[in-house]
Design a protein around this ligand. Structure first.
Ligand SMILES: [Fe+2]
Length: 269
């Protein structure tokens, strides 16, 4: 057998210089959900990283992040003291928007991801980035998944939109898949929202990133009004801070625009 065949996909990727954590994994069976999820035995250094990231990011959020995010993080009882337990966060989801959480081993195959979302299940990691990656990590980790994504999933309009997103993306074919991916990028990950007191952040990719949280509302960014056709055709580069972002007017606006577009495309019923 040649070396080529012996190496796993991860080992091959590592040889090619791709971080193996950035390669989506196909789930080969059910993953623990809700109260089946066991709290890991985190070493103190992981708890320290959570405290550090939490405090550092919170310095930048007031006045920049939308109030729905802050309300959500209160509902989830986020505290710098301890990495939250997925099981406890899932219990809050159930009470607020009827979602729950599944524990996944890392970046997962997109069809698996969409399948979970359409069932109102949010896939989350439960490991934290290494000490040498506190400023930047290309791979998902619990700080991005919990701190970045979860608060908005307690908002009814956002949660309803995200369930529809899972449904539409699961049904998408060909170019529609690329459109949905771009839509996700400029909303769930890098979305801005127009509020009476100014422009605010809601995208998890901005909220959990040290560089983006300081850059996204700066003069260096062109903020475009939300327009589905323009948004899905906007090019983007995942390796640099974003020069162009789109602003919604409300989460109801996002939900309605997404519903109208995907219905027209025949992606949801
Ligand atoms: Fe994300």
């Amino acid at each position: 057998m040649s070396d080529e065949k012996i190496l796993s996909a991860y080992a091959k990727a590592a040889e090619q210089g791709i971080d193996p954590r950035c390669i989506p994994q196909k789930l080969n069976g059910p993953v623990p959900e809700d109260n089946q999820i066991i709290y890991p035995d985190y070493p103190e250094s992981d708890q320290e990283s959570w405290r550090f990231l939490f405090h550092r990011q919170m310095q930048f959020l007031p006045g920049r992040v939308c109030n729905e995010y802050l309300t959500g993080s209160e509902k989830l009882k986020f505290t710098p003291d301890k990495i939250p337990a997925l099981k406890d966060l899932s219990a809050v989801f159930k009470k607020t928007t009827g979602w729950k959480i599944a524990r996944v081993p890392g970046l997962i195959d997109e069809q698996d991801f969409f399948e979970l979302l359409r069932r109102r299940v949010f896939p989350s990691t439960d490991y934290i980035r290494g000490k040498n990656e506190l400023d930047y990590t290309p791979a998902p980790d619990l700080f991005h998944d919990m701190f970045g994504h979860m608060p908005l999933l307690t908002d009814p309009n956002f949660a309803s939109f995200y369930q529809m997103f899972g449904e539409a993306a699961f049904n998408a074919k060909g170019i529609q898949r690329k459109w949905l991916e771009t839509f996700h990028w400029f909303t769930v990950e890098f979305g801005l929202i127009n509020k009476p007191d100014g422009m605010r952040i809601y995208g998890a990719g901005i909220i959990s990133s040290l560089g983006e949280v300081q850059h996204a509302l700066s003069n260096e960014v062109e903020i475009k009004p939300f327009d589905v056709k323009k948004l899905i055709n906007q090019p983007y580069d995942v390796w640099h801070v974003q020069p162009t972002l789109f602003a919604i007017n409300s989460f109801e606006h996002l939900e309605n625009e997404f519903k109208n577009w995907t219905k027209k495309e025949g992606l949801i019923t």
